[in-house]
Design a protein around this ligand. Structure first.
Ligand code: ASC
Length: 151
């Protein structure tokens, strides 16, 4: 019985670990993976941005739901920046992602931590708490795009 439980745990751990060590059948799949994650991040951050700027009314539940997605999804794109996917398909990824990989990692780590801060902040449930934290995320998106994405 114990070994069955251990087996199930090991199998589910492997499933959950998959995104962070994603193996892609072909480089195009890696590009699609990271772009999909970025698309989700943009959609959910966009909804928070609309609330923060007053384009749509603030709704604490909506804010919390969107920030939870942003925090989770912020962890995903990075596994898709594999060697060999630099110039594949329709990508704006700059070569600096690979030639300055430590700096890229630092920026991506910063996004993950800013997204976690945003998610914690919106749990307060006020427009001010959202406003106070969304800039940290948006600013990190921007600095990474400025340095590592072709416009
Ligand atoms: C978004 C989005 C981006 C970033 C960037 C922040 O919502 O789609 O690319 O924020 O505009 O400066």
């Amino acid at each position: 019985m114990k070994s069955i439980v251990a087996l199930i745990l090991a199998a589910s751990a492997a499933t959950f670990a998959a995104p962070s060590m994603a193996q892609f059948a072909k480089p195009e799949d890696a590009v699609k993976y990271r772009q999909s994650a970025m698309t989700l991040m943009s959609a959910h951050l966009g909804r928070l941005g609309a609330m923060a700027t007053g384009k749509v009314p603030f709704d604490a539940k909506q804010a919390a739901d969107n920030a939870a997605v942003v925090e989770f999804v912020s962890k995903l794109p990075w596994a898709g920046f594999v060697e060999g996917s630099e110039k594949v398909g329709n990508t704006k990824a700059l070569p600096e992602i690979w030639s300055q990989s430590a700096k890229f990692k630092e920026t991506s780590d910063k996004l993950v931590s800013e997204a976690a801060k945003l998610n914690a902040a919106v749990k307060v449930g006020t427009l001010d708490s959202l406003k106070g934290a969304i800039g940290g995320v948006g600013g990190t998106c921007k600095s990474c795009h400025d340095n590592f994405r072709a416009n």
